[in-house]
Write a protein that binds this ligand. Structure first.
Ligand code: UT7
Length: 332
């Protein structure tokens, strides 16, 4: 029997207009453009402004972009999986809100929360529905409004994050293209280094939690950095080895954009040269679930049918993983 793979057949993206530069951050906290660029590679990030504007606003635009490019109507989508760490609300799922706003009336949907690894976790979850034949058109959207959980008095954390969204469409392929392999990992003991202290069921919101600024991202950057460098590089090298891929066989590395130094370390371990590595961290910072699909969105016109692509991510949880994709189309 012919094996069915889930192939990405379209990519959409959206970033908000407002640009928060390092120069503006210098006016908000004790930092410098030089420090931020040297330590992270980031020059600016996008911020979603406006009363009542949640993650779904960006996701809907990314999905609309995707549907237009593929030339299909929202009613044709059967399932939407939204990877986000900053849902519009605790419930219902942001996927539901996206389906409603984007007119995907025949789709069911749910959210996946795996912090910065959410997009590849969601992508591989979605792939199962295609591989089993259950669905023919599945949208995976990665979105985060990180500015909504940022303490702009905390210079060690807030300088790296930004807002944005990317989306991909998955459809069945029987010619050997699509998502071919994945290595996905979690280590819950890592939660102490990167989390949001309050607002969940263990520590619901009170006046005290708000006053203590416990609804913002808490990160012990150095520890996270060490785990990220090791684990993202390990799974990227492992997926290459078990699929018999050398650096020459890899057309593109699509790494999570948290810190340029982590990206460089992963590429070095894979022995993939810099021109094959997608990097947009200087423009967008770390958009958490948005980074990987935003890279695919920006690079789409350079991708060719048959390109071997490795996606790699690391994030809170800890969560991490890599995914091997054989790209399915040339852009017209
Ligand atoms: O995407 C999810 C996963 N997250 C990550 O992968 C993030 C991983 N971690 C990192 O990327 C880095 O740890 C950061 C960029 C967040 C921080 O860089 P770092 O080199 O680890 O800095 P640090 O927090 O250890 O701080 C070093 C020094 C400290 O000063 P002292 O104690 O040496 O005097 C900080 O107070 O740099 C100081 N510092 C800053 N100085 C100017 C911290 N943040 C800033 C800042 N501007 N924004």
């Amino acid at each position: 029997m012919t094996k069915v793979h889930a192939a990405i057949t379209a990519v959409g993206g959206y970033v908000p207009d407002y640009i928060l530069t390092n120069a503006e951050l210098e006016t908000m906290m004790d930092t410098t453009d030089e420090w931020i660029q040297t330590r992270t590679g980031i020059r600016e990030r996008r911020i979603l402004k406006g009363e009542g504007m949640g993650s779904s606003e960006m996701a809907v635009k990314a999905v609309a972009n995707l549907l237009e490019k593929r030339g299909i109507s929202p009613e044709e989508i059967e399932l939407v999986i939204c990877a986000t760490t900053t849902p519009d609300m605790m419930f219902p799922a942001t996927a539901n809100i996206i389906c409603d706003k984007a007119g995907m009336k025949n789709a069911w949907g749910y959210d996946v929360n795996a912090a910065c690894s959410g997009f590849i976790f969601a992508l591989n979850t979605a792939a199962q529905f295609i591989e089993t034949g259950r669905h023919k058109k599945v949208v995976v959207v990665g979105v985060d409004k990180m500015s909504s959980i940022m303490n702009y008095e905390d210079r060690a954390v807030s300088i790296i994050f930004g807002d944005g969204s990317g989306a991909v469409l998955l459809e069945p392929d029987t010619e050997g293209y699509g998502i071919l392999d994945a290595i996905l990992r979690t280590d819950g003991s890592g939660r102490v280094f990167l989390h949001q202290k309050a607002g969940g069921s263990a520590r619901p919101a009170t006046i005290e939690t708000v006053m203590n600024k416990e609804h913002y991202v808490y990160q012990e950057g150095k520890s996270v950095f060490k785990f990220a460098v090791k684990n993202m590089a390990d799974v990227s090298a492992e997926i290459m080895a078990r699929n018999g891929l050398t650096a020459d066989d890899v057309a593109w590395l699509v790494p999570h954009q948290a810190n340029k130094r982590i990206i460089d370390a992963t590429a070095e371990r894979m022995q993939v040269s810099a021109e094959k590595v997608m990097v947009n961290i200087h423009k967008y910072g770390n958009t958490t679930n948005g980074t990987l699909p935003l890279c695919l969105w920006e690079w789409e016109s350079k991708l060719h049918r048959g390109d071997n692509i490795i996606l790699a991510a690391f994030g809170g949880g800890f969560t991490w993983g890599s995914t091997y994709i054989r790209w399915a189309y040339d852009t017209k």
